[in-house]
Each structure stands twice: as C-alpha cells, then as structure tokens.
Write a protein that binds this ligand. Structure first.
Ligand code: CTP
Length: 416
C-alpha cells in the first residue's frame, strides 16, 4: 500500500520514525512529507534513510513532478503524526502553504491525524473547533493520550504509541499491521459517515457495588473496548451517549458522557438514553451480584470470624433491553468474555446469545494471549440464535469498527 506520512513540528516527531519503521517493515511504500519546521526535530536524512524515498517539504522543490498533486493522488492512506495545533488549523482552513498541506487538499483516500501538543493548546476553543471541522469532513482525528508532556506538565496531549497509530490508520482501509485484512462482517468502509443521523448508546467500564462507605465489589474492566466503540461511532457520524462506569481510560471528545458507579445507576442511565436510541451496545462488565446490605459506616474488625457476605442478584440489563425493546427496530448488542478451549468458548457464547436474546453478541476468548502486540483482541460475532455471523481480529479500535459494520446491516433505513 502507498502511504503518505506527514510529520509536523512537535517534539514527538521522533516517534514518527518508529511509526515509519513499523509501516515499512509491514511492506508498505511510505513517502514522508515533513513540514519545514519539523526538520528541526528530525532531519531529512533520517526520513530518506528509513523510507528509502526522497523527502521534500516545499511545493517548489520539484516543480515538473507536480508533487503536491501526484503525492496525494497516489496515496492509499495518509497519516500525519504528530499533527500539531498549527497543522490542524491549517488543514481545517484548507491552506496549502507547504507540500504537506497542499497534498492534504488533493487526497481522496482515508486520512488519519494523530495530534500531539500541550494540554492547553489541545483544549483551546480554536483547536476544538478545528478538530470538529476536520471530523465533520470525514477526517479521522485520534484523541491524544494523557500523560507526561514535553516539560514537567502532564495531561491529554501525548502522541499515542506508534503501534496504536499504525493499527488505527490501517483499520481505516481494512488492513492490519500483520499484513492481514479484517474479515469484518459487512466490511463497510469505516471512513464513511455511515452512522450519521443515528443515536447510539454504549456502556463501558465495570460497575462497583458498595459494601460500606469505603469498600466495594468490583471487576478489572478498564473500559477500553467500550471507549473504542464510542469513538468509532462518533467518527462514523453517530450521536453517542457513553454510559461510563469507573473508566480507567479517558472518554473520547465529542460524545455525551453519563458517569455511573453501580449496576442500578448504569441500568437507569442506559435505559433513559436508550429510549430514543437506534443502537445500544452493552460493553460494560456489569456486576451480577451486590451486597444484600450496605453498611452505613465502615465495617470494623470485631475480633471474631468475619460475618459471611450475603449477596443479592442484580437485574440483567442486557436481557431486559433485548427482551422488551424500548424503541421499535432498536439494535441491541452484548459482549461475552469466556474462558476455555475455542470449542468451549463457542459453546458458552452460543448458549449466552440464546439466553440474552441480543441481536449481536460479541464473543471474546479471554486469557488466550492473542498473537502480535497490537493484535490484542479476536472476537466472534453471534446472532440471537447463536449462529456465527462474523469474526474480527485486531486492536480494540479495529474490533469496534467491525462491530459497527455488523450493526449497520441490522439497522432500519433512516426515516425522513
Ligand atoms: N450484562 C448485563 N447485566 C448484568 C450482567 C451482564 O447487562 N447483570 C451484560 C454485559 O454488559 C454483557 C453481557 O451481559 O454485554 C454478558 O455479560 P457476562 O458477564 O458475560 O454475562 P452473565 O449473564 O453475567 O453470564 P456469566 O454467568 O457468564 O457471568
């Protein structure tokens, strides 16, 4: 595949060298187009040596080749990493004052921008508006990671890891870093805004059930898969409500977030949002049981044997949603993480699909240690009868797009 890798002037430009390495080692032909100022961080020789291709920054460097047009037209995929606040502003305004921004105006393939900047710049209303403009045009803008920035400051603004950027970009064209394609059900174009006009609800994270004011029963869910689903739906044009239960990762920008703690709170929030939703995806790990009584004060050691913990059953939110639809035509999706051999996982998944009655059940074999570092998830999609209707493998973002592809085929056409 022919990939155009743009690099703008941020300290994270060095990470783009690692990204370039991943892409070339996966067999892709990469043309690097740095901005003039980015050469202060990583020089032309590095890009030429690692890509094996000539590197230019200006529209006037090779006029007979009309590079600003041919580069864009030749590309199957464009990645800009890091994308600085200035690059986002110039891209949003449609400026073309160097080779990279000129090429961005001529491309017709999927474009992924990976921003990196100080938190204040990322959160400035000008940058927020530029990102919204670019996303509305179908450009994929990754949310930056949170963490240590250039100086002593920390916060959202870090460039995501090269493998994450590569996987997210390749997923836009249905490819993986390992060189495979995603056998996603439906295989719709994830760059399309094919969920525009739809309201989707995604639950993510894990619920916690209090024992007393300081202790709870909980689970290890981080919320990454649910957050990836919310982000993918947003990128595909949906209005997204994310019901967030104790997330360990940041919620994506541009989605409505309802924060919950317990299963009862999650149930209320999901059902409220689901009343006018086209799709509900239950990606949260929902506690099946809660303590029968919550102590008003901290439970103390009394010296003797501790009292046994009495539990009571929580409602099954997914089964309720599937059994008694809050809106006609609503598509309900559940998740199941199972252990055992492939055959046992499939048998358990089939039984769960029939029991829950969701339109789709995303079955995940846990503890399988699925291959390559970024290939961190492999799922099987089952319908309400327990039949296999698709499989997908890849990052949580890639799996999220595969789920939305499968949902699309089940949505009733938009009215009006
Ligand atoms: N779920 C739910 N409400 C619950 C429990 C689970 O809505 N009280 C949803 C989860 O969000 C997920 C699906 O049901 O989409 C499957 O969750 P899982 O824990 O695998 O199912 P359980 O019914 O709890 O089955 P198991 O006996 O395997 O724990």
């Amino acid at each position: 595949m022919r990939i155009l890798l743009g690099v703008s002037a941020g300290i994270a430009a060095y990470k783009a060298a690692l990204l370039l390495r991943l892409l070339t080692e996966a067999g892709h032909d990469v043309r690097v187009v740095p901005t003039r100022a980015s050469l202060e961080f990583v020089g032309r020789a590095t890009w030429e040596a690692l890509s094996g291709n000539p590197v230019t920054t200006e529209v006037f460097d090779d006029v007979p080749a009309v590079e600003h047009v041919t580069l864009g037209k030749r590309a199957d995929l464009v990645i800009v990493a890091p994308a600085t606040a200035d690059l986002l502003a110039r891209a949003a305004a449609g400026r073309c004052d160097d080779l990279l921004t000129a090429a961005l105006l001529t491309v017709r393939c999927p474009v992924l921008l990976a921003p990196a900047m100080h938190t204040e710049m990322w959160q400035h209303p000008a940058t927020v508006a530029n990102v919204a403009t670019l996303r509305a045009r179908g450009v994929h803008v990754l949310d930056p990671d949170s963490g240590r920035l250039t100086g002593a400051d920390t916060g959202p603004g870090r460039l995501p890891e090269p493998a994450t950027i590569a996987a997210a970009a390749l997923a836009l064209v249905g490819a993986t870093l390992a060189g495979g394609t995603l056998p996603a059900a439906g295989a719709a174009d994830p760059a399309a805004r094919d969920l525009a006009g739809r309201h989707v609800v995604v639950s993510a994270g894990g619920t916690r059930e209090p024992l007393d004011p300081v202790r709870f029963l909980g689970n290890r869910s981080t919320g990454r898969q649910g957050v990836a689903l919310a982000r993918a739906a947003r990128d595909r044009g949906a209005d997204v409500t994310l019901v967030a239960a104790n997330l360990e990762v940041g919620a994506p920008d541009g989605v409505e977030v309802v924060t919950v703690e317990t299963t009862a709170e999650l149930r209320t929030a999901v059902r409220d949002a689901a009343r006018d939703a086209d799709v509900v995806v239950m990606a949260a790990a929902v506690a099946d049981f809660r303590p029968a009584r919550v102590a008003g004060g901290k439970i103390k050691k009394t010296g003797g044997a501790p009292a046994p913990l009495e539990l009571t059953l929580n409602p099954d939110v997914l089964a309720e949603l599937a059994g008694d639809r809050l809106r006609a035509g609503q598509v309900v999706v559940g998740f199941a993480a199972e252990t055992g051999t492939d055959a046992e996982v499939l048998d358990d998944g089939r039984a769960k699909a029939r029991r829950k009655g969701a339109d789709l059940l995303v079955l995940n074999r846990v503890g399988a240690g699925v291959g390559f570092a970024v290939e961190d998830n492999a799922v099987t999609l089952l319908d309400a009868g327990g039949d296999v209707v698709g499989r997908a493998a890849g990052t949580k973002d890639a799996v999220a797009h595969a789920v939305w592809d499968a949902v699309l085929g089940r949505l009733e056409p938009l009215r009006g």
